[in-house]
Every structure is written in structure tokens, then in C-alpha cells.
Design a protein around this ligand. Structure first.
Ligand code: AMP
Length: 417
């Protein structure tokens, strides 16, 4: 059943606690914390503007970084209140607490349409513990609750779900924000009965991280394309040599089971036929954990089934890129999660770039393309194709858990419509 959304709320004159994702990258410049990328703040504007139009008194709760339950000045949300004021074109109040007398007085003093940002909820250890007393102290600030922080919805914390349970219990409405609504629509509803062919592209580091997603999507997809380091565990499972590639030998059976299930369900399951490999040169340096740092050198395409003992696989090869691109171009629905290689290094970014281009081209031909968060979003943005796909998720871990079919605490706590 669909969740209640902020559109459905009548909140004129009411105090609405809105959980947002303002976990923005910051750095210190001339003794001040400066926001490097305000995308996450910008993304909340539609919800905040709608609430302003509805005459709500808006109280924003968010976390920033990992202060581990202590007040950490460099992780204060004050600079975010200044940035939000600039972006929304209206004053934004800030209170250097998120619960207690000061926060309550500031919330009470709000007039219709005004915005108050509370201090970092993670300055209190009780936030991540989902402590009921702390959640109750948050709940007294508001009459209704809106969750627009999809990226934090997989966490059962006080501000992401505990507070909603309390507000609900005494009859207050709890709704999804517009950003959250879009995530639920594209990662959820749109994939329930996708237009076919439905092509799923999965990459990234580990099979173990993605196996639940593979398992669930095998029930729905027509084709699954596997790239990234996780393809090497499949290679190993087939008895081939993987050299120094990232593999999970303990997950060989997981990989084989996924392939058998694909066969049973008549899902086309495609693995790379060639790779970009490189030798590893010892730099003589040690990383933070005291382990030697190796530099990939002499990158080249490997068309053999085995990877030489002194090499690591870092990307899908050109033949695989071409085959995957062709399959993607014929899709009517595409879901992509995880890069095809170690794309952060341009020598190993060609496969991911080819896939990004194919997804953009398919979208231009009418396919619906959904980018399931994390590094695939970074890759699409790196290729400057962000506006050429249908939807990019704002979640990392949350997107993955949602795609696995795991109920997200920050979503289940919201009222049904
Ligand atoms: P994930 O978070 O599981 O989607 O993994 C993303 C990370 O996997 C990125 O940082 C990539 O650099 C890395 N990655 C993908 N393919 C490879 C590969 N073949 N070798 C090493 N790292 C890879």
C-alpha cells in the first residue's frame, strides 16, 4: 500500500518535524567550515516549499558525520542553516540543541511558513540507539512528522523512526517527503511491473554485498549483466584463474546458486568475456593500516579465460562493453547498481563509461533508467550524464536494502495512505 505523502497533509499552523539528509561534505577554510557540495540541501527544497505553501511551521532534524554522541563543533549544522537560507531565499533559524528547553522554545516561537534547523541529532548518543526517551523529547517539538531522508531510512534511529512511532501513537500524521516519495516510486513501484525487456546491471566490489539484490531481481529481470570485481568470484566458481583480482572464495556457491536460479527462471545471465588487467607494483609505501600499497601498472586487455598470476582484473574489456551496451540499448526498463570496474582510475573507467553511455542512449529511446545509488550515481555524474537518465537514487546502503526487499525502518514507520 502507498505511503501518505506530504502532499496529503493539512498542516496550516502546525509544527512539522522534517527529517532531512543534510550529511553534506564540508571542509575547514580560514577557521570556518565550508560546504563543498550542497546537492543534498537543494534536493529538500521542493518538500520545504510545499510545506511553506501549506502554512506549516517547519522544524528540520538532520545528522552530520559521526560525532559519536558528543558535541563536535566542526560537525555543527549551523553552516547548513546559512546555506539553506541562501538557497530558499528566506531566513532560516538555527538552534544549537535538538531537544530540551531551548529547542522547544524555538519550535514554539515559529510562525506559519518559518523554518528552524535543529543542531546535529548525533551529538546525542541516544539518537543512534533509538532511545525512546530521546525520541519522546524530539516528538514534543512537533504535531506531525515528514521523512525526506531516504539515505538514512535504513537506520532505525530516533529521528528516522522512533519519533514517528510516538507522534503516530498520539494521532499525529507521519508522511513521506517528496524526495522520499520519488525514491519509493522508482526503486519500488516502477520495478514491480517493469516494461520489458527489463535489464539489470550489477557491479561493484563484492558478490556478498549484492547477492540478496541479485536473488530478488532474478524474479523480475529478463537479463542480468554482471561486472565489477564481483564478476571474478563467478570466474573462480567456473574453475578459472583470477590472479590477484578481488574474489570471495567463500561465496563460490552463492555465485553458482545465482546462475542456476537464473537458468531455472530463464533469465539471461551475462558475465564478462574479457577484462582490463594490470600488474601490481609495490610502491614501498604503507597505508594507514600499515599494509604495503600496490600501484596497478601496465594495464592491458585480457581476452583469455584465465587472469595471469601476477595481475589483477580492474575493468570489463571492450568486447564485454560492446555486448553489454547492445543488450542495454534494447531494454525498456534498466536498473543499474555498482560500477563495472575501478572507475575512479580513468585507466579502468572505460567499461563503466560505456555502460553509462548505453544507459543514456536507451533512455533517449524511451527506456526508463533507474540508477540505484552509491557509486553508479558517482559514475553517471562523472560521465556528465546525470540529466540523461530517468532517476538517480540519493541513497547508498538504503537503496541497496530497499532493492533487496528489506523493509526500511524510516519508511515502515510512515502512515499508509
Ligand atoms: P560497491 O560499493 O560494491 O558498488 O563497489 C564500488 C567500488 O568497487 C568502487 O570503489 C570500485 O572502484 C570498486 N571496484 C569495482 N570493480 C573493481 C575491480 N575490478 N577491482 C577493484 N575494485 C573494483
Amino acid at each position: 500500500m502507498a505511503k501518505l505523502t506530504v502532499r496529503d497533509l493539512s498542516v496550516s499552523g502546525q509544527r512539522v518535524l522534517v527529517r532531512v539528509d543534510y550529511n553534506v561534505p564540508m571542509e575547514e577554510k580560514d577557521g570556518r567550515m565550508v560546504i563543498n557540495d550542497s546537492t543534498r540541501i537543494r534536493e529538500t527544497l521542493p518538500t520545504l516549499k510545499l510545506l511553506q505553501e501549506k502554512g506549516a511551521r517547519i522544524i528540520l532534524a538532520a545528522h552530520l558525520g559521526r560525532p559519536d554522541g558528543k558535541r563536535e563543533p566542526s560537525l555543527s549544522l549551523r553552516p547548513v542553516s546559512e546555506k539553506l537560507a541562501e538557497l530558499i531565499g528566506k531566513p532560516v533559524q538555527f538552534v544549537d540543541e535538538c531537544v530540551g528547553e531551548k529547542a522547544e522554545a524555538a519550535a514554539k516561537a515559529l510562525k506559519n511558513g518559518e523554518i528552524l534547523l535543529l543542531e546535529n541529532v548525533r551529538f546525542h548518543a541516544e539518537e543512534e540507539e533509538n532511545d525512546p526517551v530521546f525520541a519522546a523529547r524530539l516528538s514534543v517539538l512537533a504535531d506531525a512528522y515528514v521523512n525526506d531522508a531516504f539515505g538514512a531510512a535504513h537506520r532505525a534511529h530516533a529521528s528516522t523512526c522512533g519519533v514517528a512511532r510516538i507522534i503516530s501513537a498520539w494521532g499525529g500524521r507521519c508522511a513521506a517527503g517528496l524526495l522520499m516519495e520519488r525514491e519509493l516510486k522508482f526503486l519500488g513501484d516502477e520495478l514491480e511491473a517493469p516494461a520489458r525487456p527489463f535489464v539489470v546491471i550489477l557491479g561493484g566490489a563484492k558478490v556478498s554485498d549484492k547477492i540478496k539484490v541479485i536473488d530478488r531481481l532474478l524474479e523480475k529481470a529478463d537479463t542480468i549483466l554482471i561486472g565489477g570485481a564481483m564478476a571474478y568470484t563467478f570466474k573462480l566458481a567456473h574453475g578459472h584463474k583470477t590472479g590477484k583480482s578481488l574474489v570471495e572464495p567463500e561465496h563460490i556457491n552463492t555465485a553458482l546458486d545465482a546462475e542456476s536460479k537464473a537458468k531455472e527462471l530463464k533469465v539471461q545471465f551475462e558475465l564478462p568475456s574479457d577484462n582490463v588487467i594490470a600488474e601490481l607494483k609495490d610502491t614501498g609505501k604503507l597505508n594507514k593500516k600499515g599494509k604495503p600499497v600496490f600501484e596497478p601498472v601496465n594495464p592491458r586487455v585480457n581476452t583469455e579465460t584465465d587472469i595471469p598470476a601476477d595481475c589483477e582484473g580492474f575493468d570489463i574489456g571492450p568486447a564485454t562493453s560492446a555486448r553489454f551496451s547492445q543488450i542495454i540499448q534494447s531494454a525498456r526498463t534498466i536498473l543499474w547498481n555498482g560500477p563495472m570496474g575501478m572507475f575512479e582510475d580513468p585507466r579502468f573507467g572505460e567499461g563503466t563509461l560505456a555502460v553509462a553511455k548505453a544507459v543514456a542512449a536507451a533512455t533517449a529511446n524511451g527506456a526508463k533508467s533507474i540508477i540505484g545509488g552509491g557509486d553508479s550515481v558517482k559514475a553517471i555524474n562523472k560521465a556528465k550524464l546525470g540529466d540523461k537518465v530517468t532517476f538517480m537514487s540519493t541513497g547508498g546502503g538504503a537503496s541497496l536494502e530497499f532493492l533487496e526487499g528489506t523493509p526500511l525502518p524510516g519508511v515502515t514507520c510512515l502512515d499508509e495512505n
